[in-house]
Design a binder for this molecule. Structure first.
Ligand SMILES: Cc1cc2nc3c(=O)[nH]c(=O)nc-3n(C[C@H](O)[C@H](O)[C@H](O)COP(=O)(O)OP(=O)(O)OC[C@H]3O[C@@H](n4cnc5c(N)ncnc54)[C@H](O)[C@@H]3O)c2cc1C
Length: 473
Protein backbone atom coordinates (compact mmCIF):
# COMPACT_ATOMS: atom_id res chain seq x y z
CA UNK A 1 0.00 0.00 0.00
CA UNK A 2 1.50 3.25 -1.07
CA UNK A 3 1.37 5.99 1.49
CA UNK A 4 0.63 9.47 0.26
CA UNK A 5 2.08 12.32 2.19
CA UNK A 6 0.49 15.71 2.20
CA UNK A 7 2.87 18.38 3.15
CA UNK A 8 0.45 21.23 3.07
CA UNK A 9 1.53 24.22 1.10
CA UNK A 10 1.38 26.12 4.35
CA UNK A 11 3.99 24.02 6.04
CA UNK A 12 6.31 26.97 6.08
CA UNK A 13 3.88 28.61 8.47
CA UNK A 14 4.07 25.58 10.70
CA UNK A 15 0.82 23.97 9.79
CA UNK A 16 1.27 20.32 10.40
CA UNK A 17 2.10 17.92 7.66
CA UNK A 18 -0.26 15.03 7.50
CA UNK A 19 0.18 11.47 6.27
CA UNK A 20 -2.76 9.76 4.63
CA UNK A 21 -3.00 6.42 2.99
CA UNK A 22 -5.02 6.84 -0.16
CA UNK A 23 -5.25 3.16 -0.94
CA UNK A 24 -7.14 2.18 2.16
CA UNK A 25 -10.14 -0.03 1.51
CA UNK A 26 -13.20 -0.69 3.61
CA UNK A 27 -16.16 -2.97 3.43
CA UNK A 28 -19.68 -1.67 3.63
CA UNK A 29 -21.31 -3.08 6.75
CA UNK A 30 -23.82 -5.84 6.21
CA UNK A 31 -25.56 -5.13 9.50
CA UNK A 32 -27.18 -1.81 10.28
CA UNK A 33 -27.32 -0.59 13.83
CA UNK A 34 -30.98 -0.51 14.61
CA UNK A 35 -31.00 -0.51 18.40
CA UNK A 36 -30.86 3.23 18.70
CA UNK A 37 -34.10 5.09 19.12
CA UNK A 38 -35.02 6.90 15.96
CA UNK A 39 -37.50 9.74 16.19
CA UNK A 40 -38.54 10.17 12.60
CA UNK A 41 -40.40 13.11 11.22
CA UNK A 42 -42.19 11.35 8.40
CA UNK A 43 -43.14 14.59 6.72
CA UNK A 44 -39.61 15.42 5.74
CA UNK A 45 -38.00 12.05 6.33
CA UNK A 46 -35.59 13.43 8.91
CA UNK A 47 -35.19 12.47 12.54
CA UNK A 48 -33.96 14.76 15.25
CA UNK A 49 -32.22 14.06 18.50
CA UNK A 50 -34.27 15.19 21.47
CA UNK A 51 -33.30 17.10 24.61
CA UNK A 52 -33.39 13.90 26.65
CA UNK A 53 -30.68 12.32 24.50
CA UNK A 54 -27.49 11.89 26.51
CA UNK A 55 -25.40 13.29 23.61
CA UNK A 56 -22.34 11.11 24.20
CA UNK A 57 -20.49 10.28 21.01
CA UNK A 58 -17.34 8.62 19.74
CA UNK A 59 -16.93 11.11 16.91
CA UNK A 60 -18.75 14.37 16.20
CA UNK A 61 -18.66 16.00 12.77
CA UNK A 62 -19.27 19.76 12.66
CA UNK A 63 -20.78 21.13 9.44
CA UNK A 64 -23.69 19.81 7.40
CA UNK A 65 -22.37 20.64 3.95
CA UNK A 66 -21.43 17.88 1.53
CA UNK A 67 -17.93 17.37 2.98
CA UNK A 68 -19.12 17.04 6.58
CA UNK A 69 -22.08 14.85 5.63
CA UNK A 70 -19.96 12.55 3.44
CA UNK A 71 -17.45 12.24 6.29
CA UNK A 72 -20.11 11.36 8.85
CA UNK A 73 -21.55 8.73 6.50
CA UNK A 74 -18.13 7.30 5.77
CA UNK A 75 -17.39 7.01 9.50
CA UNK A 76 -20.43 4.78 10.02
CA UNK A 77 -19.77 2.83 6.84
CA UNK A 78 -16.35 1.90 8.12
CA UNK A 79 -17.24 1.66 11.82
CA UNK A 80 -20.88 0.58 12.12
CA UNK A 81 -20.77 0.21 15.90
CA UNK A 82 -19.48 3.63 16.93
CA UNK A 83 -21.73 6.57 17.88
CA UNK A 84 -21.47 9.49 15.49
CA UNK A 85 -23.28 12.83 15.39
CA UNK A 86 -23.32 15.69 12.92
CA UNK A 87 -23.88 19.26 14.13
CA UNK A 88 -25.17 21.91 11.74
CA UNK A 89 -26.02 25.50 12.67
CA UNK A 90 -28.77 25.92 10.07
CA UNK A 91 -32.24 24.41 10.03
CA UNK A 92 -31.34 22.34 6.95
CA UNK A 93 -28.33 20.59 5.50
CA UNK A 94 -26.41 22.05 2.55
CA UNK A 95 -27.56 25.65 2.94
CA UNK A 96 -24.24 27.28 2.12
CA UNK A 97 -21.56 26.42 -0.46
CA UNK A 98 -23.05 23.00 -1.13
CA UNK A 99 -26.43 24.46 -1.98
CA UNK A 100 -25.07 27.49 -3.84
CA UNK A 101 -22.72 26.21 -6.50
CA UNK A 102 -22.54 25.46 -10.22
CA UNK A 103 -23.53 21.83 -9.67
CA UNK A 104 -20.80 20.50 -11.94
CA UNK A 105 -19.20 17.09 -11.45
CA UNK A 106 -15.67 18.03 -12.45
CA UNK A 107 -13.40 15.57 -14.25
CA UNK A 108 -10.09 16.81 -12.76
CA UNK A 109 -8.47 18.61 -15.71
CA UNK A 110 -7.24 21.83 -14.13
CA UNK A 111 -5.48 20.75 -11.00
CA UNK A 112 -1.76 20.53 -10.34
CA UNK A 113 -0.73 16.90 -10.92
CA UNK A 114 -0.31 14.89 -7.71
CA UNK A 115 -2.08 17.58 -5.66
CA UNK A 116 -4.91 16.47 -3.42
CA UNK A 117 -7.35 18.28 -5.68
CA UNK A 118 -6.15 16.34 -8.73
CA UNK A 119 -6.18 12.96 -6.99
CA UNK A 120 -9.40 13.37 -5.06
CA UNK A 121 -11.36 15.00 -7.88
CA UNK A 122 -10.81 12.11 -10.29
CA UNK A 123 -11.47 9.56 -7.56
CA UNK A 124 -14.43 11.61 -6.31
CA UNK A 125 -16.02 11.77 -9.77
CA UNK A 126 -16.13 7.97 -10.02
CA UNK A 127 -17.41 7.64 -6.44
CA UNK A 128 -20.07 10.32 -7.04
CA UNK A 129 -21.50 8.59 -10.13
CA UNK A 130 -21.46 5.26 -8.30
CA UNK A 131 -23.19 6.77 -5.26
CA UNK A 132 -25.87 8.38 -7.43
CA UNK A 133 -26.47 5.17 -9.37
CA UNK A 134 -26.87 3.20 -6.13
CA UNK A 135 -29.21 5.78 -4.59
CA UNK A 136 -31.28 6.79 -7.62
CA UNK A 137 -30.05 10.37 -7.55
CA UNK A 138 -30.47 12.01 -10.96
CA UNK A 139 -27.48 13.50 -12.78
CA UNK A 140 -26.64 14.24 -16.39
CA UNK A 141 -23.30 13.30 -17.90
CA UNK A 142 -23.60 16.12 -20.43
CA UNK A 143 -19.86 16.70 -20.79
CA UNK A 144 -17.85 19.88 -20.92
CA UNK A 145 -15.93 21.99 -23.42
CA UNK A 146 -13.01 24.22 -22.42
CA UNK A 147 -12.80 26.55 -25.38
CA UNK A 148 -9.82 28.58 -26.60
CA UNK A 149 -10.78 31.58 -28.69
CA UNK A 150 -7.32 32.80 -29.79
CA UNK A 151 -3.68 31.68 -30.18
CA UNK A 152 -2.56 32.61 -26.66
CA UNK A 153 -5.40 30.64 -25.16
CA UNK A 154 -4.44 27.67 -27.37
CA UNK A 155 -1.03 27.59 -25.67
CA UNK A 156 -2.67 27.65 -22.25
CA UNK A 157 -5.03 24.93 -23.44
CA UNK A 158 -2.01 22.74 -24.22
CA UNK A 159 -0.91 23.08 -20.57
CA UNK A 160 -4.35 21.99 -19.44
CA UNK A 161 -4.29 19.00 -21.80
CA UNK A 162 -0.98 18.02 -20.29
CA UNK A 163 -2.39 18.32 -16.77
CA UNK A 164 -5.49 16.38 -17.69
CA UNK A 165 -3.39 13.50 -19.04
CA UNK A 166 -1.21 13.45 -15.94
CA UNK A 167 -4.31 13.49 -13.75
CA UNK A 168 -5.86 10.50 -15.61
CA UNK A 169 -8.96 12.42 -16.59
CA UNK A 170 -11.24 9.87 -18.24
CA UNK A 171 -12.10 10.21 -21.95
CA UNK A 172 -10.54 13.65 -22.49
CA UNK A 173 -10.04 14.66 -26.15
CA UNK A 174 -8.80 17.69 -28.06
CA UNK A 175 -11.14 19.19 -30.67
CA UNK A 176 -10.14 21.52 -33.49
CA UNK A 177 -12.40 24.47 -34.31
CA UNK A 178 -14.68 22.71 -36.80
CA UNK A 179 -15.20 19.73 -34.45
CA UNK A 180 -16.53 21.91 -31.62
CA UNK A 181 -19.82 22.47 -33.46
CA UNK A 182 -20.39 18.72 -33.75
CA UNK A 183 -20.57 18.60 -29.96
CA UNK A 184 -22.22 21.98 -29.30
CA UNK A 185 -23.68 23.46 -32.50
CA UNK A 186 -23.92 27.07 -31.22
CA UNK A 187 -20.42 27.22 -29.77
CA UNK A 188 -17.50 28.91 -31.49
CA UNK A 189 -13.78 28.48 -30.79
CA UNK A 190 -10.34 27.82 -32.24
CA UNK A 191 -9.60 24.70 -30.21
CA UNK A 192 -11.18 22.96 -27.25
CA UNK A 193 -10.84 20.22 -24.69
CA UNK A 194 -13.81 17.86 -24.66
CA UNK A 195 -14.45 16.08 -21.38
CA UNK A 196 -17.33 13.64 -21.87
CA UNK A 197 -17.43 12.48 -18.23
CA UNK A 198 -18.07 15.90 -16.73
CA UNK A 199 -21.62 16.01 -15.44
CA UNK A 200 -24.22 18.09 -13.62
CA UNK A 201 -26.06 17.32 -10.42
CA UNK A 202 -27.86 18.91 -7.47
CA UNK A 203 -25.35 18.62 -4.62
CA UNK A 204 -27.90 19.62 -1.98
CA UNK A 205 -29.93 16.55 -3.00
CA UNK A 206 -26.84 14.35 -2.71
CA UNK A 207 -26.18 15.74 0.79
CA UNK A 208 -29.76 15.13 1.90
CA UNK A 209 -29.52 11.56 0.63
CA UNK A 210 -26.28 11.01 2.56
CA UNK A 211 -27.99 12.47 5.63
CA UNK A 212 -30.82 9.94 5.45
CA UNK A 213 -28.37 7.10 4.92
CA UNK A 214 -26.31 8.30 7.89
CA UNK A 215 -29.40 8.28 10.10
CA UNK A 216 -30.36 4.82 8.89
CA UNK A 217 -26.89 3.68 9.92
CA UNK A 218 -27.61 5.02 13.43
CA UNK A 219 -26.11 8.51 13.24
CA UNK A 220 -27.68 11.60 14.85
CA UNK A 221 -28.09 14.91 13.08
CA UNK A 222 -28.47 17.97 15.30
CA UNK A 223 -29.76 20.86 13.23
CA UNK A 224 -29.88 24.46 14.59
CA UNK A 225 -26.73 23.61 16.58
CA UNK A 226 -24.22 26.41 16.22
CA UNK A 227 -20.86 25.39 17.67
CA UNK A 228 -19.44 28.20 19.80
CA UNK A 229 -16.53 26.47 21.53
CA UNK A 230 -14.57 23.33 22.38
CA UNK A 231 -13.45 22.53 25.94
CA UNK A 232 -12.39 19.73 28.21
CA UNK A 233 -15.36 17.81 29.59
CA UNK A 234 -15.82 19.02 33.14
CA UNK A 235 -19.60 18.82 33.29
CA UNK A 236 -20.15 15.03 33.31
CA UNK A 237 -21.03 13.85 36.80
CA UNK A 238 -19.09 10.61 36.67
CA UNK A 239 -15.34 10.46 36.42
CA UNK A 240 -15.50 7.53 34.04
CA UNK A 241 -17.71 9.50 31.65
CA UNK A 242 -15.29 12.43 31.77
CA UNK A 243 -12.42 10.05 30.96
CA UNK A 244 -14.31 8.32 28.16
CA UNK A 245 -15.64 11.50 26.54
CA UNK A 246 -12.97 14.08 27.30
CA UNK A 247 -14.11 16.67 24.75
CA UNK A 248 -17.12 18.92 25.11
CA UNK A 249 -18.50 20.79 22.11
CA UNK A 250 -20.43 23.81 23.21
CA UNK A 251 -23.41 24.97 21.20
CA UNK A 252 -25.89 27.82 21.27
CA UNK A 253 -28.48 25.64 23.00
CA UNK A 254 -26.73 22.58 24.40
CA UNK A 255 -23.44 20.70 24.60
CA UNK A 256 -22.38 17.32 23.30
CA UNK A 257 -19.59 15.19 24.67
CA UNK A 258 -17.31 13.16 22.50
CA UNK A 259 -13.96 11.46 22.17
CA UNK A 260 -13.00 13.12 18.88
CA UNK A 261 -14.28 15.66 16.39
CA UNK A 262 -13.88 16.61 12.73
CA UNK A 263 -14.73 20.13 11.60
CA UNK A 264 -15.88 20.79 8.01
CA UNK A 265 -17.31 24.27 8.54
CA UNK A 266 -16.74 25.83 5.11
CA UNK A 267 -16.91 29.62 5.43
CA UNK A 268 -16.23 29.39 9.18
CA UNK A 269 -13.48 26.78 9.06
CA UNK A 270 -10.76 29.24 10.15
CA UNK A 271 -12.82 30.53 13.11
CA UNK A 272 -13.47 27.03 14.40
CA UNK A 273 -9.84 26.03 13.89
CA UNK A 274 -8.70 28.96 16.03
CA UNK A 275 -11.11 27.76 18.76
CA UNK A 276 -8.98 24.62 19.22
CA UNK A 277 -5.69 26.51 19.16
CA UNK A 278 -4.80 26.20 15.47
CA UNK A 279 -3.10 29.08 13.71
CA UNK A 280 -5.07 32.04 12.39
CA UNK A 281 -3.69 31.44 8.91
CA UNK A 282 -4.99 30.46 6.45
CA UNK A 283 -7.90 32.84 6.87
CA UNK A 284 -11.15 32.41 5.02
CA UNK A 285 -11.96 35.29 2.72
CA UNK A 286 -15.52 35.10 1.40
CA UNK A 287 -15.60 35.49 -2.38
CA UNK A 288 -19.06 35.82 -3.87
CA UNK A 289 -19.82 34.23 -7.22
CA UNK A 290 -22.86 35.72 -8.94
CA UNK A 291 -24.77 33.99 -11.72
CA UNK A 292 -26.94 35.23 -14.54
CA UNK A 293 -29.87 33.24 -15.88
CA UNK A 294 -30.43 32.61 -19.56
CA UNK A 295 -33.99 33.40 -20.64
CA UNK A 296 -36.19 30.38 -21.25
CA UNK A 297 -36.39 31.09 -24.98
CA UNK A 298 -32.61 30.76 -25.34
CA UNK A 299 -31.85 27.78 -23.08
CA UNK A 300 -31.76 25.46 -26.06
CA UNK A 301 -28.60 27.26 -27.24
CA UNK A 302 -26.59 25.40 -24.59
CA UNK A 303 -26.64 21.71 -23.76
CA UNK A 304 -23.09 21.19 -22.41
CA UNK A 305 -20.91 22.95 -19.87
CA UNK A 306 -18.91 25.55 -21.78
CA UNK A 307 -15.89 27.01 -19.98
CA UNK A 308 -13.24 29.54 -20.98
CA UNK A 309 -9.53 28.83 -20.64
CA UNK A 310 -8.98 29.97 -17.06
CA UNK A 311 -6.52 32.64 -15.97
CA UNK A 312 -3.76 30.52 -14.36
CA UNK A 313 -3.15 33.27 -11.76
CA UNK A 314 -6.45 32.58 -9.99
CA UNK A 315 -8.11 29.43 -8.67
CA UNK A 316 -11.42 30.39 -10.33
CA UNK A 317 -12.47 28.72 -13.55
CA UNK A 318 -13.87 31.80 -15.28
CA UNK A 319 -17.44 32.71 -16.16
CA UNK A 320 -19.04 29.74 -17.90
CA UNK A 321 -22.31 28.34 -19.23
CA UNK A 322 -23.75 25.63 -17.01
CA UNK A 323 -26.90 23.69 -17.82
CA UNK A 324 -28.81 22.85 -14.63
CA UNK A 325 -30.73 19.76 -13.64
CA UNK A 326 -34.01 21.72 -13.77
CA UNK A 327 -33.46 22.63 -17.44
CA UNK A 328 -32.32 26.23 -16.81
CA UNK A 329 -28.91 27.55 -17.88
CA UNK A 330 -26.70 29.56 -15.49
CA UNK A 331 -23.97 31.92 -16.65
CA UNK A 332 -21.20 32.68 -14.19
CA UNK A 333 -19.94 32.82 -11.53
CA UNK A 334 -17.80 35.94 -11.25
CA UNK A 335 -15.55 36.52 -8.20
CA UNK A 336 -16.14 39.55 -5.96
CA UNK A 337 -15.26 40.14 -2.33
CA UNK A 338 -18.27 39.49 -0.09
CA UNK A 339 -18.64 41.87 2.86
CA UNK A 340 -20.08 39.07 4.97
CA UNK A 341 -19.15 35.38 5.19
CA UNK A 342 -22.58 34.25 4.14
CA UNK A 343 -23.32 37.42 2.18
CA UNK A 344 -25.19 36.40 -0.94
CA UNK A 345 -26.20 39.95 -1.89
CA UNK A 346 -24.30 43.23 -2.27
CA UNK A 347 -26.06 44.79 0.71
CA UNK A 348 -25.22 41.90 3.07
CA UNK A 349 -22.66 43.43 5.40
CA UNK A 350 -21.04 42.30 8.64
CA UNK A 351 -18.73 44.76 10.35
CA UNK A 352 -16.88 41.90 12.09
CA UNK A 353 -16.31 39.96 8.87
CA UNK A 354 -15.40 43.07 6.89
CA UNK A 355 -12.87 44.41 9.40
CA UNK A 356 -11.49 40.88 9.85
CA UNK A 357 -10.87 40.62 6.10
CA UNK A 358 -9.46 44.07 5.33
CA UNK A 359 -7.09 44.12 8.30
CA UNK A 360 -5.64 40.68 7.59
CA UNK A 361 -2.06 41.11 6.28
CA UNK A 362 -2.63 38.46 3.63
CA UNK A 363 -5.65 40.32 2.26
CA UNK A 364 -3.78 43.62 2.12
CA UNK A 365 -1.02 41.95 0.08
CA UNK A 366 -3.54 40.19 -2.17
CA UNK A 367 -5.48 43.40 -2.79
CA UNK A 368 -2.30 45.31 -3.63
CA UNK A 369 -1.23 42.66 -6.17
CA UNK A 370 -4.65 42.22 -7.76
CA UNK A 371 -6.32 45.61 -7.51
CA UNK A 372 -7.07 45.75 -11.25
CA UNK A 373 -8.65 42.29 -11.41
CA UNK A 374 -10.67 43.03 -8.26
CA UNK A 375 -11.99 46.32 -9.64
CA UNK A 376 -12.86 44.76 -13.01
CA UNK A 377 -14.85 42.02 -11.28
CA UNK A 378 -16.67 44.61 -9.13
CA UNK A 379 -17.60 46.66 -12.18
CA UNK A 380 -18.84 43.54 -13.97
CA UNK A 381 -20.84 42.65 -10.90
CA UNK A 382 -22.63 46.02 -10.89
CA UNK A 383 -23.04 46.17 -14.67
CA UNK A 384 -23.55 42.43 -14.86
CA UNK A 385 -24.41 42.51 -18.52
CA UNK A 386 -20.75 43.33 -19.25
CA UNK A 387 -20.04 39.67 -18.54
CA UNK A 388 -22.21 38.77 -21.49
CA UNK A 389 -19.52 40.22 -23.78
CA UNK A 390 -17.05 37.63 -22.43
CA UNK A 391 -19.56 34.86 -23.00
CA UNK A 392 -20.50 35.97 -26.50
CA UNK A 393 -17.02 34.86 -27.59
CA UNK A 394 -18.30 31.28 -27.25
CA UNK A 395 -22.00 31.61 -27.98
CA UNK A 396 -22.43 34.70 -30.20
CA UNK A 397 -26.22 34.27 -30.30
CA UNK A 398 -26.56 35.24 -26.63
CA UNK A 399 -27.27 38.96 -26.18
CA UNK A 400 -27.63 41.19 -23.14
CA UNK A 401 -31.39 41.03 -23.53
CA UNK A 402 -31.32 37.26 -23.07
CA UNK A 403 -30.04 37.28 -19.48
CA UNK A 404 -31.22 38.42 -16.07
CA UNK A 405 -29.65 38.42 -12.61
CA UNK A 406 -29.65 35.02 -10.95
CA UNK A 407 -28.60 33.51 -7.62
CA UNK A 408 -25.16 33.73 -5.99
CA UNK A 409 -22.84 31.53 -3.94
CA UNK A 410 -20.03 32.47 -1.57
CA UNK A 411 -16.72 30.64 -1.84
CA UNK A 412 -14.75 29.92 1.32
CA UNK A 413 -11.40 30.91 -0.11
CA UNK A 414 -8.43 30.28 2.17
CA UNK A 415 -5.76 32.98 2.05
CA UNK A 416 -2.33 32.72 3.66
CA UNK A 417 -0.64 35.56 5.49
CA UNK A 418 1.60 36.30 2.51
CA UNK A 419 -1.36 37.04 0.29
CA UNK A 420 -1.44 33.72 -1.61
CA UNK A 421 -4.79 32.11 -2.37
CA UNK A 422 -4.43 28.59 -1.02
CA UNK A 423 -5.13 26.25 -3.88
CA UNK A 424 -5.20 22.74 -2.45
CA UNK A 425 -7.36 21.08 0.19
CA UNK A 426 -5.83 21.70 3.63
CA UNK A 427 -6.23 19.85 6.93
CA UNK A 428 -5.02 20.98 10.33
CA UNK A 429 -4.84 19.74 13.91
CA UNK A 430 -3.27 21.36 16.95
CA UNK A 431 -1.16 18.68 18.63
CA UNK A 432 -0.21 20.92 21.50
CA UNK A 433 -3.33 20.93 23.67
CA UNK A 434 -5.57 18.20 25.09
CA UNK A 435 -8.58 19.66 23.28
CA UNK A 436 -6.70 20.53 20.09
CA UNK A 437 -5.27 17.08 19.53
CA UNK A 438 -8.77 15.57 19.40
CA UNK A 439 -10.12 17.83 16.67
CA UNK A 440 -9.21 17.54 12.99
CA UNK A 441 -10.09 20.54 10.83
CA UNK A 442 -10.74 20.66 7.10
CA UNK A 443 -9.57 24.24 6.51
CA UNK A 444 -9.85 24.54 2.76
CA UNK A 445 -12.24 22.59 0.56
CA UNK A 446 -12.96 24.86 -2.41
CA UNK A 447 -14.09 23.71 -5.85
CA UNK A 448 -13.96 20.84 -6.81
CA UNK A 449 -14.80 20.08 -3.17
CA UNK A 450 -18.32 18.89 -3.93
CA UNK A 451 -17.17 16.55 -6.71
CA UNK A 452 -14.38 15.27 -4.45
CA UNK A 453 -16.49 15.01 -1.28
CA UNK A 454 -16.73 11.21 -1.13
CA UNK A 455 -12.98 10.88 -1.72
CA UNK A 456 -12.21 13.63 0.83
CA UNK A 457 -14.40 11.74 3.30
CA UNK A 458 -12.40 8.53 2.75
CA UNK A 459 -9.19 10.45 3.28
CA UNK A 460 -10.42 12.10 6.49
CA UNK A 461 -11.64 8.82 7.95
CA UNK A 462 -8.36 7.16 7.05
CA UNK A 463 -6.60 9.95 8.92
CA UNK A 464 -8.90 9.52 11.93
CA UNK A 465 -8.23 5.79 11.91
CA UNK A 466 -4.51 6.41 12.02
CA UNK A 467 -4.58 9.26 14.51
CA UNK A 468 -7.27 8.03 16.88
CA UNK A 469 -7.27 4.28 16.32
CA UNK A 470 -11.02 4.18 15.74
CA UNK A 471 -10.95 0.43 15.09
CA UNK A 472 -10.33 -0.11 18.79
CA UNK A 473 -13.48 1.73 19.93
C1 LIG B 1 -20.10 29.75 -6.49
C2 LIG B 1 -19.55 28.36 -6.27
C3 LIG B 1 -19.50 27.44 -7.31
C4 LIG B 1 -18.98 26.17 -7.10
N1 LIG B 1 -19.07 25.23 -8.09
C5 LIG B 1 -18.68 23.95 -7.85
C6 LIG B 1 -18.87 22.94 -8.81
O1 LIG B 1 -19.47 23.16 -9.85
N2 LIG B 1 -18.41 21.69 -8.53
C7 LIG B 1 -17.76 21.40 -7.37
O2 LIG B 1 -17.33 20.27 -7.18
N3 LIG B 1 -17.60 22.34 -6.41
C8 LIG B 1 -18.06 23.60 -6.62
N4 LIG B 1 -17.93 24.54 -5.65
C9 LIG B 1 -17.28 24.19 -4.41
C10 LIG B 1 -18.19 23.39 -3.49
O3 LIG B 1 -19.46 23.98 -3.39
C11 LIG B 1 -17.52 23.28 -2.13
O4 LIG B 1 -16.22 22.75 -2.30
C12 LIG B 1 -18.27 22.35 -1.18
O5 LIG B 1 -19.65 22.64 -1.16
C13 LIG B 1 -17.69 22.48 0.21
O6 LIG B 1 -18.50 21.76 1.09
P1 LIG B 1 -18.36 21.97 2.65
O7 LIG B 1 -19.20 20.95 3.28
O8 LIG B 1 -16.90 22.01 2.97
O9 LIG B 1 -18.87 23.47 2.92
P2 LIG B 1 -20.35 24.05 3.10
O10 LIG B 1 -21.28 23.50 2.10
O11 LIG B 1 -20.20 25.53 3.13
O12 LIG B 1 -20.79 23.51 4.51
C14 LIG B 1 -20.25 23.97 5.72
C15 LIG B 1 -21.34 23.87 6.76
O13 LIG B 1 -20.81 24.17 8.04
C16 LIG B 1 -21.81 24.83 8.77
N5 LIG B 1 -21.20 25.56 9.88
C17 LIG B 1 -20.33 26.59 9.79
N6 LIG B 1 -20.02 27.03 11.02
C18 LIG B 1 -20.69 26.25 11.92
C19 LIG B 1 -20.79 26.23 13.33
N7 LIG B 1 -20.15 27.12 14.12
N8 LIG B 1 -21.58 25.29 13.92
C20 LIG B 1 -22.26 24.38 13.15
N9 LIG B 1 -22.22 24.39 11.80
C21 LIG B 1 -21.44 25.30 11.18
C22 LIG B 1 -22.44 25.75 7.74
O14 LIG B 1 -23.73 26.20 8.13
C23 LIG B 1 -22.47 24.87 6.51
O15 LIG B 1 -23.68 24.18 6.37
C24 LIG B 1 -18.46 25.82 -5.83
C25 LIG B 1 -18.53 26.74 -4.77
C26 LIG B 1 -19.10 27.98 -4.97
C27 LIG B 1 -19.24 28.92 -3.81
Amino acid sequence: MAAFTIVSNLKSRNLMSVCFNLNAKYTTPAVYQNERRIVRDWKNQRHYSTDEDPCLYDVVVVGGGIVGMATARELLNQHPTIKVALLEKEKKLALHQTGHNSGVIHAGIYYKPKSLKATLCVKGLHLMYKYCDSNNIPYKKCGKLIVATDKTECEQLDDLIDRGKKNNVPGMRVLEGHEIKKIEPNCKGVRAIWSPHTGIINYAQVTESMGLEFEDLGGDIHLNFKVTGFRTNKSSNSESERAQYPLEIVGNKKCVKTRYAVVCAGLYSDKLAVMTGCKRSPKIVPIRGEYMLLNDKKVNLVSRNIYPVPNPKYPFLGVHFTPRMDGSVWLGPNAVLAFKREGYRWMDFSIVDFIGTVTYPGFIKLAAKNAKFGMQEMVKSIYFKKQVDDLRKFIPDVTVNDVKRGPAGVRAQALDSKGNLVDDFVFDLNEKTEVGKRVLHCRNAPSPGATSSLAIAELIVQRLNEQFNLCML
